[in-house]
Design a protein around this ligand. Structure first.
Ligand code: 1GP
Length: 249
């Protein structure tokens, strides 16, 4: 049970973290060995697994296969309780704080609790905040919630602070997978300066400078899904987070 402690330690030491998000529905199994190789060659510190729509039992198999071939911690990023796998190392236990749909604020969590209680998975309580990003995203559609207006910095900050006060261990600022626009950097900066817990930023980041910009703004961990899914050479020539940090300098 040390995934969270390592994230906190990294924040204290100003070491940035990077998660590659794999959506089990989009995995091409014949290419999985190659995919894992490319992840191992990348600067990623974590593998996140999940998606808004996954409703299948392939997650266990996927995680076992990755574990055989990669040393990285595997963290579930579930769209609903059916995506829990006891094979994972940790789970972002999400509450969709930007929305007002009780299913995603507490109902799914109530369903998941007995399953998680029987597992060894490290549970990391995460305030999940969806920011408007141009066009409707899958999170918005599936959760039937409205994102926070990308210009409403006060509401985004108050939501993040409420999440911290409620005891969340992480805040995840999300533009949505494949978002047209990433979370505004000024919003990342404002929130990171005004909360003490680590800040995750993801959604719509499509190039290496987008990652470093998010770090510079104050993100502690950046999530990359679609860009790596579309091009497994996305991180080519950049094997460590230190190199990534130098992209802009
Ligand atoms: C989605 O934040 C993640 O939940 C990653 O988004 O697929 O746009 O990289 P992308």
């Amino acid at each position: 049970r040390n995934i969270y402690n390592q994230i906190v330690q990294s924040k204290l030491e100003n070491r940035k973290l990077l998660a590659i998000l794999l959506d089990p529905d989009k995995i091409i199994w014949e290419n999985l060995d190659h995919l894992i190789l490319k992840i191992n060659q990348s600067p990623a510190s974590h593998i996140f697994i999940g998606g808004s729509l996954v409703e299948s039992n392939i997650i266990d198999e996927l995680i076992l296969k990755i574990k055989q071939n990669s040393p990285l911690p595997i963290v579930l990023f579930p769209g609903n309780p059916s995506q829990i796998s006891k094979e994972a190392d940790g789970i972002l236990f999400l509450s969709l704080l930007s929305g007002r749909n009780p299913d995603y604020l507490i109902e799914h969590q109530v369903k998941a609790a007995p399953i998680l209680k029987k597992s060894q998975i490290e549970i990391i309580s995460t305030g999940y905040i969806l920011i408007e990003s141009g066009k409707e995203t899958a999170v918005e559609r599936v959760s039937k919630t409205r994102p926070i207006d990308r210009n409403n910095f006060d509401l985004a900050l108050a939501t993040a602070q409420a999440g911290e006060m409620l005891g969340n261990k992480l805040i995840y600022l999300e533009a949505g997978s494949g978002a047209q626009k990433a979370v505004p950097l000024e919003m990342v900066a404002l929130i990171s300066k005004n909360i003490d817990i680590p800040l995750i930023v993801g959604g719509g980041i499509v190039d290496l400078s987008g990652i470093t910009n998010a770090y510079d703004a104050g993100a502690d961990l950046v999530v990359i899904g679609t860009a790596f899914e579309n091009d497994t050479n996305f991180f080519n020539g950049c094997t460590s987070l230190r190199e990534l940090a130098n992209v802009n300098s």
